[in-house]
Design a protein around this ligand. Structure first.
Ligand SMILES: C[S@@+](CC[C@H](N)C(=O)[O-])C[C@H]1O[C@@H](n2cnc3c(N)ncnc32)[C@H](O)[C@@H]1O
Length: 478
């Protein structure tokens, strides 16, 4: 039987699927991709919205028999907020699913037969673990199903202002967040304070529809180990009066807890949160975090691992895979502010770190000197143009080990081919996306020069469907 648009089906949910979907089977064993908050073990009613030769897609209508893996979500915004998608799933099951995601990606996309993948390293802290949260402003608040059903003209919250997270698959609408359970208490205090300030002073949210308005993003960093707090307000223009007044309110409501307040200013039309210009309104423009025995000074626009407690374990895993050799040359590609480079440095002769963000490299250089690390060189470069870096690589010395920690999209094919040309004996691939990891590891191993020696997922993002993985690739040829 062929399913068509509008058909209602009963499905047994059996797996997760790409792009935040789930996978279910009808009683006739037809596979269907499902959108909505379901769980493995649920029996659901769903409505088909797209039917192709190979795939059928449906929206969840109702859960008729709930899975035993379900739990009550902690957050009142669960369901409408695009932030964490797995609050309704017990933690042990979250870890099992994440492990299965890595195995599936490596076999289906990477072409590895029955890949040996360790269990996902668990997080002790499943809420309040994020040291950085980025909220968006919008002039179009996402209305909940209840609000729409009420048919009211006005609501307790205005329709034309929101500060929070984008609704799933919605570019314009933002769910106004009262409290984010992944953020710390101080971060939530800042969120509440900025929201009240914006509403009181009628500051307009920037809109990407017609590119007007003032407030674009609010980024809060709260260092887990030092408690230092950074507030970064991203706006379309700079207004010294507004930032001064907001700072005074923030300091009053956090008992002087704001360590630094920066204003990133961007006129770019896209939904970006880094400014072309940064005004440091208060403090040094950086906060300090402690990780793996090192001190890190972090600027607003530098990447830093968002879960400090789990990052501690991640660094230990990377160190284990890199090993310790007094004569080794190590490259740290996509090095950010040096959070992997500096812990590795004492275990090798010298290290070359590369990142395309100037602020990150400037932080990495500063962090090396702050930690008395003298054997690292950091360069600003775009690894998408890695072949242009061959001269730099040859001058520095070819690597014994390459650590690579690219963004979600994974490594650019040119960067991969350069790594193959460099022929390191080990590649330690740190990834926040099993799909791009599988694709890139497949490319690196396809020629037969490398083998996948160890794969260890680590849960840096409880309650979300994201998983970090550390994969060790070893060269098989001499
Ligand atoms: C996942 S972060 C890893 C950072 C670092 N390894 C850490 O643990 O803190 C990815 C980094 O890649 C950098 N990046 C993204 N695209 C890049 C590119 N094309 N060339 C160089 N660096 C890039 C980003 O600036 C970011 O710092």
């Amino acid at each position: 039987m062929k399913l068509k648009r509008g058909d209602r089906v009963t499905l047994d949910i059996v797996d997760t699927a790409e792009k935040d979907q789930w996978f279910g089977r009808t009683r006739d064993n037809i596979g269907v991709f499902v959108r909505g908050q379901t769980a493995v073990g649920d029996v659901v009613e769903a409505e088909v919205f797209k039917s192709r030769k190979s795939h059928v897609y449906a929206h969840l209508i109702d859960v008729t028999t709930p899975s035993s893996f379900r739990q009550d979500p902690v957050c009142s915004h669960f369901g409408s907020c695009g932030g964490c998608k797995w609050q309704h799933i017990a933690y042990a099951e979250q870890r099992r699913l994440k492990h299965a995601m890595v195995v599936a990606a490596l076999s289906r996309i990477g072409g590895f037969e029955q890949p040996d993948v360790d269990n996902a390293v668990a997080a002790e802290q499943v809420t309040g673990y994020r040291n950085k949260v980025e909220f968006s402003f919008s002039d179009s608040r996402f209305l909940t199903g209840d609000e729409i059903a009420s048919g009211a003209e006005t609501f307790a919250k205005p329709k034309t202002f929101a500060l929070g997270f984008h609704a799933p698959r919605n570019f314009y609408k933002v769910v106004d967040i009262d409290w984010c359970h992944l953020a710390t208490e101080a971060t939530n205090t800042v969120l509440d304070c900025v929201k009240r300030f914006a509403l009181k002073h009628k500051l307009p949210a920037y809109t990407v529809r017609n590119h007007t308005g003032f407030l674009r993003h609010l980024m809060v960093r709260h260092a887990a180990r030092t408690g230092e707090l950074m507030v970064n307000l991203v706006t379309a223009t700079h207004d010294a009066g507004i930032t001064a007044d907001l700072l005074a309110l923030l300091q009053a409501e956090t008992d002087g807890g704001v360590h630094t307040f920066v204003n990133n200013i961007t006129a770019r039309k896209g939904d970006v949160s880094t400014g072309e210009r940064e005004v440091v309104v208060y403090g040094s423009g950086q906060i300090t975090e402690l990780l793996a025995g090192c001190r890190f000074r972090i600027s607003a626009n530098s990447f830093f691992q968002t879960n400090t407690h789990q990052a501690e374990k991640l660094v230990a895993m990377v160190l284990e895979d890199v090993g310790s050799r007094a004569d080794a040359v190590v490259y740290d590609l996509y090095c950010g502010a040096g959070s992997l480079s500096l812990p590795i440095a004492p275990h090798c002769r010298k290290l070359l770190g590369i990142d395309c963000v100037e602020a990150a490299i400037s932080d990495a250089v500063g962090n090396a000197s702050l930690n008395d690390v003298g054997n690292c060189q950091f360069e600003v470069a775009n690894l998408n143009q890695a072949p242009d870096l061959m001269a730099t690589f040859e001058t520095f010395g070819l690597p014994d080990t390459v650590v690579t920690d690219p963004p979600r999209a994974g490594m650019n094919p040119k960067a991969l081919s350069v790594v193959l040309r460099l022929r390191p004996s080990r590649i330690v691939y740190v990834s926040c996306n099993p799909v791009s990891l599988a694709r890139d590891a497949g490319t690196l191993c396809r020629g037969g020069d490398y083998r996948l020696a160890r794969v260890r997922p680590i849960d840096m993002f409880p309650y979300t469907n994201h998983i970090e993985t550390v994969a060790l690739l070893e060269r098989t040829t001499t």
